[in-house]
Write a protein that binds this ligand. Structure first.
Ligand code: PLP
Length: 226
């Protein structure tokens, strides 16, 4: 199957209110361009350096999303062009994003990454940590970032019910803080959940944004990555 036909199949499988972020990490520009030529305009990467080099090499009418863990000292490289950062998991990082955005007179959209999986290794805030962050007066003063929603990754398992429970818990948290902390903010509306193996469950549980890599581009070749 070609990238164009895989993309088309996924587009048909997701409702129109769900945004498809094509996760192009590890795939070279020529391959990512096949998806671009098939009409895809939103791409996600998990490494800063790789995202910067693809941004430079590819057409400029692309939205670039950062989906991987972001180190504070690398924010400056993506601040000028990034459309959405999915992986904000500390006030410290948010402060740095705000500072870099202020320097170039931008407001950068961000999602809080919430830890919903069982695995210890996955990044993200707990519900409790999120509440603490939201009530920190320092947070309320940040003018060059905009929190547009939440992101989460489910446990890597074949157990669909387990995955569904984790997505449900993220949706519940999303609803709760939308009604409390963000009730005046129409822009707080995105729930980024679902990858190749679980995006259908995620959509059933209220996802508005799915991050799909291998179902579009095939398996990743880590040997050839940056
Ligand atoms: C790689 C990655 C994806 C895409 O994973 P696939 O299983 O290839 O669809 C989604 N989200 C994040 C955060 C990723 O790092």
């Amino acid at each position: 199957m070609s990238i164009a036909s895989d993309l088309q199949q996924i587009r048909l499988a997701i409702p129109s209110h769900v945004t498809l972020v094509a996760i192009s990490k590890t795939h070279p520009v020529e391959v990512v361009m096949e998806a671009y030529n098939a009409g895809q305009r939103i791409f996600g990467e998990n490494k800063v350096q790789e995202m910067v080099s693809k941004f430079e090499a590819m057409p400029k009418n692309i939205e670039w999303h950062l989906v991987g863990h972001l180190q504070s000292n690398k924010v400056k490289y993506i601040a000028p062009f990034v459309s959405l950062i999915h992986s904000v998991d500390s006030l410290k990082l948010l402060n740095v994003i705000n500072k870099e955005a202020e320097k170039i007179d931008r407001v950068i959209d961000c999602l809080f990454q919430i830890h919903i999986a069982e695995e210890e290794t996955k990044f993200g805030l707990s519900a409790e940590e999120l509440n603490e962050l939201l009530s920190n007066p320092e947070f309320k003063q940040l003018k060059n970032i905009r929190i547009v929603g939440l992101m989460g990754m489910a446990t890597f398992t074949d157990n669909a019910e387990h995955i569904r429970r984790e997505f449900k818990s993220l949706k519940d948290l999303f609803k709760r803080i939308k009604e409390s902390d963000f009730s005046q903010n129409d822009y707080f509306k995105d729930l980024s959940m679902g990858m190749s193996s679980d995006y259908q469950i995620a959509i059933e549980e209220g996802s508005t944004m799915v991050r799909v890599g291998s179902s579009i581009f095939g398996n990743r070749n880590y040997g050839a990555s940056t």
